[in-house]
Design a binder for this molecule. Structure first.
Ligand code: OSB
Ligand code: MG
Length: 392
């Protein structure tokens, strides 16, 4: 036992315990580029490498927390870009966090309250604060969030391929690896035929589709949705524009297949509105899209109270963001397999000393304090594009 230092109320047992009492004194932003093992195409574009921002916080005691900004480079999934996130972190989020004293990461909402949007940027710092907090409490991030699962069931998200036979090979490969379900990206022109071909070859595999808002509520597109409705899918994810909740509600009334919302759900309030309108029967919870773990957990709690199953979505995270997703997915409402496949599916070299791996469709949750992963400093250095530091 160390002797309590004078003036540190947290060490005086006669006073209410202030177990954390954290002040961040340095924030480093690292732009890191990882090549993708295999290029990935969605309804909007194709990519062969990813530029994400890793953030490292250091507090007054020298403890550190890590987070990842997994924003796509271009504004095709949502409004943010790599550059918008870099600027928002450097000019707004980081300066407000530096020097601020806090006990729990939920208090940071008040610190950042004036900043609108920029949720992918915010998520990086929110996650780093949760990591730091959990480490200071000597608890795993999963347990700090209230989760207890030791393993999480996962599936894969497969991009748009050049041909149906290449898609069938991809599905075959991942079903063989034991992934719990297969998600197929769809877009007008790549929907009924490829999905029907997969369903025919794999009649019993849990299958779902994700349109990334590529459809509109026209007669032609609704015909596509009705055709998909006959293919025993687990869900149809985000067919229409993010802000068109009524179109999703109308579609959900026409289909037996559950509609799942991704891009539409940017807060617990939008989730509340969407559920009130009947716009979805399932919600995809993404740490990045919701601005971090605090809001992601709030959406989980709301859905659980409303009897709506949720699953953890992904943004092709490197190991840091992947570990945060994994911790969140240990909460009890995550009853459907998440998009948290092993790092090796995406990258030849991740930024972790031991990458996250899936075995027969399950990923083990680290039990070490915080995110519970070790960053490979050499890998970060090798793939570093740019680094800046914000200090007190
Ligand atoms: O819509 O879920 C999505 C990847 C990038 C952007 C959006 C999405 C996705 C995925 C892949 O579907 C999820 C993953 O494997 O990380
Ligand atoms: Mg999606």
């Amino acid at each position: 036992m160390s002797t309590p230092s004078p003036g540190r109320t947290s060490c005086d047992p006669s006073l209410p315990s202030k177990a954390s009492d954290i002040t961040v004194v340095r924030i480093e932003l690292m732009a890191v580029r990882l090549p993708l093992r295999r290029s990935f195409a969605t309804s909007s574009h194709r990519k062969d490498h990813l530029d994400h921002i890793l953030v490292r916080l250091t507090d007054r005691e020298g403890a550190q927390g890590w987070g990842e900004c997994a924003s796509p480079s271009h504004p095709y999934y949502g409004p943010e870009t790599f550059s918008s996130c870099w600027n928002a972190l450097k000019d707004y989020f980081a300066p407000l966090l530096i020097g601020e004293r806090w006990d729990h990461p939920e208090e940071l909402e008040a610190v950042w309250m004036r900043i609108r949007g920029n949720l992918f940027a915010r998520a990086a710092l929110d996650t780093a604060c949760w990591d730091l907090y959990a480490q200071r409490r000597n608890r795993s991030l999963a347990s700090a969030l209230g989760g207890s699962a030791e393993q999480v069931e996962v599936g894969v998200s497969l991009g748009i391929e050049e041909s149906i036979s290449e898609l069938l090979d991809q599905v075959d490969d991942h079903v063989g690896q034991g992934y719990r379900r297969i998600k197929l990206k769809i877009a007008p022109g790549w929907d009924v035929a490829p999905v029907a071909a997969v369903r025919e070859r794999f009649p019993d595999t849990p299958l779902q589709v994700d349109a990334n808002a590529a459809y509109s509520s026209t007669v032609d597109h609704r015909r596509v949705m009705r055709a998909l409705d006959g293919m025993a899918l687990q869900m149809i994810e985000q067919p229409f524009a993010a802000d068109d909740l009524l179109a999703h509600a109308e579609l959900q009334r026409e289909l037996r297949t559950p509609v799942c919302l991704d891009e539409s759900i940017t807060s617990a309030s939008t989730a509340h509105t969407a559920l009130g309108l009947g716009a979805a029967k399932i919600i995809n919870i993404k740490v990045s899209r919701l601005g971090g773990l605090t809001e992601a957990r709030r959406v989980h709690d709301l859905c659980t109270r409303s009897g709506i199953p949720v699953w953890c979505g992904g943004m092709h995270e490197f190991g840091v963001g992947r570990a945060a997703n994994l911790a969140l997915a240990t909460l009890p409402g995550f009853t459907l397999p998440g998009d948290i496949s092993g790092s090796d599916r995406y990258f030849t070299a991740d930024v972790l000393a031991s990458p996250i791996t899936a075995t027969r469709g399950r990923v083990s949750v680290p039990s070490a304090p915080g995110l519970g992963v070790t960053i490979d400093r050499d890998a970060v250095r090798t793939h570093l594009l740019e680094k800046i530091s914000v200090a007190q």
